[in-house]
Design a protein around this ligand. Structure first.
Ligand code: G3D
Ligand code: MG
Length: 192
């Protein structure tokens, strides 16, 4: 892809379809699975991988390259099955991830401070360089908000992850986060 890269363009060697592994991490009950089910809608289905303790969902997202051509990004989203804490996740969960979504609940401070632990764990497994986004979920519960925007923006800068707020209940911004991770991941492949 050297020629395309020199021009700084999002043109992927004529390919029109790619597959990326995306991991969704964050404390129990922040809404990780709900974000996925909201995004996938009625056709939501997954494959359970017992050895790793994950449910894997495949969902296509269309991204335009700089020439205006559609590229289908198949997101293989790895969602933790059950409710393990961060220290219970092992290498196979992180291995080979192309992108990650770090999720907290805007009404629960501990889920926000634990993002640091989740992020450190991913770094420990060699993922410091992969595209990531920070997601504050449950904005429909704004009355119970504990995490104000400046706090989230500070963390977003610290870990180098663009920041979004979502509601898996109303669907607000849910499409945007999957679109964003698909775009960031595709771009990062061009820079490799
Ligand atoms: P997890 O996969 O991170 O563990 P889940 O989280 O998706 O299982 O969600 C945990 C609980 O939070 C669920 O409630 C779910 O309905 C709720 N939830 C998820 N996202 C939102 C949101 O955006 N807004 C609100 N209000 N609730 C949300 P239950 O009661 O089923 O345990
Ligand atoms: Mg879940």
């Amino acid at each position: 892809m050297s020629e395309d890269k020199k021009e700084g363009k999002l043109v992927f060697q004529g390919r029109t379809e790619m597959i990326f592994k995306i991991i969704v991490i964050g404390d129990p009950a922040v809404g990780k699975t709900s974000l996925l089910t909201n995004f996938c809608g009625e056709k939501f289905n997954y494959e359970y991988v017992p050895t790793v303790g994950v449910n894997i969902t495949k969902e296509p997202v269309t991204v335009k390259d700089d020439m205006g051509k559609d590229i289908t990004i198949n997101l293989m989203v790895w969602d933790i099955a059950g409710q393990p804490q961060f220290y219970m996740l092992h290498r196979p969960y992180f291995n080979g991830a192309d992108g990650m979504m770090l999720v907290y609940d805007i009404t629960r401070s501990s889920s926000f401070s634990n993002i640091n632990n989740w992020y450190s764990t991913s770094v420990k497994y060699g993922l410091s360089g992969i595209p990531r986004i920070l997601i504050g979920n449950k904005i429909d519960l704004n009355d119970e908000r504990k995490i104000i925007l400046p706090m989230a923006e500070h963390l977003s800068e610290k870990i180098g992850a663009p920041f979004f707020e979502t509601s898996a209940l109303t669907g607000e911004n849910v499409k945007s986060i999957f679109q964003k991770i698909a775009e960031l991941t595709l771009r990062s492949k061009l820079e490799e």
